[in-house]
Design a protein around this ligand. Structure first.
Ligand SMILES: NC(=O)c1ccc[n+]([C@@H]2O[C@H](COP(=O)([O-])OP(=O)(O)OC[C@H]3O[C@@H](n4cnc5c(N)ncnc54)[C@H](O)[C@@H]3O)[C@@H](O)[C@H]2O)c1
Length: 300
């Protein structure tokens, strides 16, 4: 199958990433089914998608008619039956991803290409579970998908090279700059660098060296960026950052990663999951780091 032959995309998981991927595909002329196991999560996800569509319409980058090409659904069998490409964005857990893709293997036609949007896992960890390892690789997006438009394409040793080619051309077709990763690497290219930054920032705060606002102030003041590592984590979702940190703390037995996971857990325990929950390290929709007084460290 060539990238031009891909007409229908099934996005699995309507959370932070799934909704953005669905909208990006629709903006580039594809018909999209957006599936979630939870009707509540699907409704919330579609609410976010409508918000993004209005925002991009106001910027003249699309029209709200694009929403007609996104079909929210909780009927996996019906959505799978016509899917040419699956983009999986369920939580970062290899066993869950394997289970979800195995279920899809039974429901999708043999031609369907499976992709995972995993942040840090390796496709080979659950390639066998997909039932079609040769038609499976990672296609990993960055947030927000329409502006941070770089996508990693990463095969596992059993991926058919023709599938990598199709997925790479598909990434271009939906407005992404594809980076084909030479061999499996947790975190691909950009996230390998980003994870080192976020891990160091968490270590500074968890170890009492500097509070989150000062860590962000240092990064923003020197790098002249509009956001620092803690603001970035709020955008990603602290539950997702915790899940990744907790998983790798378990795998590596690294006490620094465990301390970072425990530090994040403190925020989750009080419902501060980040921007999507209205609060994380900062309060939203007007986080302190966007205030002109933040960088000079004046009283807000
Ligand atoms: N948040 C980011 O910045 C980001 C960036 C790139 C990649 N990722 C990766 O994308 C994936 C999803 O992350 P997210 O931030 O969107 O998570 P999220 O928690 O916001 O969304 C996950 C969604 O999956 C749904 N879900 C759970 N089990 C499911 C199942 N069995 N079938 C279908 N849906 C199910 C949940 O209801 C939820 O809506 C993860 O692998 C993450 O590492 C995240």
């Amino acid at each position: 199958m060539t990238a031009e032959e891909i007409k229908r995309v099934l996005v699995v998981g309507a959370g932070t990433m799934g909704g953005q991927i669905a909208l990006q595909c629709a903006i580039h002329g594809l018909d999209v089914a957006l599936y979630d196991v939870s009707a509540g999560a699907l409704a919330a996800g579609m609410g976010r998608v409508r918000g993004y569509a209005s925002h991009l319409t106001a910027q003249g980058r699309t029209t709200t008619a694009v929403l007609d090409h996104i079909q929210p659904t909780t009927d996996l069998a019906a959505a799978a039956a016509t899917a040419d490409l699956v983009s999986e964005s369920v939580p970062e857990d290899p066993a869950l991803k394997g289970r979800v893709l195995a279920e899809l293997h039974a429901l999708c036609p043999p031609r369907t290409i499976f992709t995972t949007n995993t942040s840090t896992l390796l496709p080979s960890m659950f390639a066998a579970a997909t039932g079609r390892p040769e038609r499976f690789c990672a296609l990993h997006f960055h947030l927000p998908v329409w502006d941070a438009n770089v996508a990693d394409v990463m095969a596992h040793p059993g991926t058919d090279p023709a599938v990598v080619e199709t997925v790479t051309a598909f990434a271009r077709r939906i407005g992404q700059i594809p980076i084909v990763v030479g061999r499996e690497q947790s975190g691909y290219v950009f996230n390998t660098m980003l994870n080192a930054l976020l891990g160091a920032a968490l270590e500074l705060a968890a170890g009492g060296v500097a509070p989150p606002a000062d860590v962000d102030r240092a990064w923003m003041g020197i790098m002249h960026t509009p956001v620092g590592p803690f603001g970035i984590m709020d955008a990603i979702g602290l539950d997702t950052v915790w899940k990744i940190t907790d998983y790798w703390a378990g795998v590596s037995d690294d006490p620094r990663l465990r301390a970072n996971a425990d530090f994040l857990r403190g925020y989750l325990d009080v419902g501060r999951l980040g921007q999507k929950a209205g609060g994380g390290f900062y309060d939203y929709p007007e986080p302190a780091y966007r205030h002109p007084a933040f960088l000079p460290g004046e009283e807000l």
